[in-house]
Write a protein that binds this ligand. Sequence first.
Ligand code: F6P
Length: 322
Amino acid sequence: MKRIGVYTSGGDAPGMNACIRAIVRTAITRGLEVTGIEGGYAGMIAAKFLPMNMRSVSNIICRGGTMLKSSRCPEFKTQEGRARAAANLRAAGVDGLIGIGGNGTSEGAHNLWLQERLPIVICASTIDNDLYGTDYTLGFDTAMNTALEAIDRLRDTAAAHDRTSFIEVMGRNNGYLALYAGLAGGAEEIVIPEVPTDVDALCQRLLDAQKRGKTSSIVVVAEGPVTGGVVALAEKVSARTHLDVRVTVLGHVQRGGSPNARDRINGSRLGAAAVDALLAGETDKLVGLVNGQQHLTSLEDAYTKKKPIDQKIMDLAYILAR
Ligand code: F6P
């Protein structure tokens, strides 16, 4: 292997830049050349390539977003799209790939490997933390802390007005952000897709909390079709309880911002580990962390298998919010 391509794909996550930096500098240190691919799979199809050297990644470790840009690319889901991407990469002399992303990125990479046999590994990265085969995904920690800061602020104003504050956090199909930010923020209720929501029971618990002397409550809700979203839920609760309710949707605020130390450190570790995995002959693998150690998982497992929520954390949040 002489030249590797590096790209970021899907939802950006804080720490992606730290990971790009680690890939570029580790690869060059190991004697490889590095080509940056701008805009993920769309950039492969459009041949948006740039040469990268040690200085290309200066001063990015502290920045959110991704210097290589990102996209969601329907064309890459087609055989023709992947064939064009591979032809462009081969013409540019790229003979190995490292992507940084989540489920969609892993699926795209697996299909590219099956179809084109271009060696490829993915660094686990999504604020959702929903990839199987890794305890941690890059960006989750910073996003969770961003959500937590918002919850703390909302608690201040909810307490001042004796209100019930509903906060929607990201995590399309999973409740990691909601669960852990909720636990850390002392939320009275946490609504996630993994645990069916009984709205009547939730209303009753909020009213019972008032009887126990609580004057305000925080309800953290994971976005998405399973929970039905925060607005619909808050309307139902307001109609059934007559509590004074306010709703906040955090949205893409959670994706931005300077990565915290954990995401910079883990981005650095994952990036370096990905280069070494590729050089060791690994392909079609997700590079993640299990029990704090670098861990490889088949890409197909990473995006098809479900990473379970720890019910004990949910139970703990309820006990501690009483
Ligand atoms: O996968 C990361 C994520 O932020 C999800 O939590 C969210 O549902 C989705 O991306 C939003 O996607 P987009 O940036 O395309 O609106």
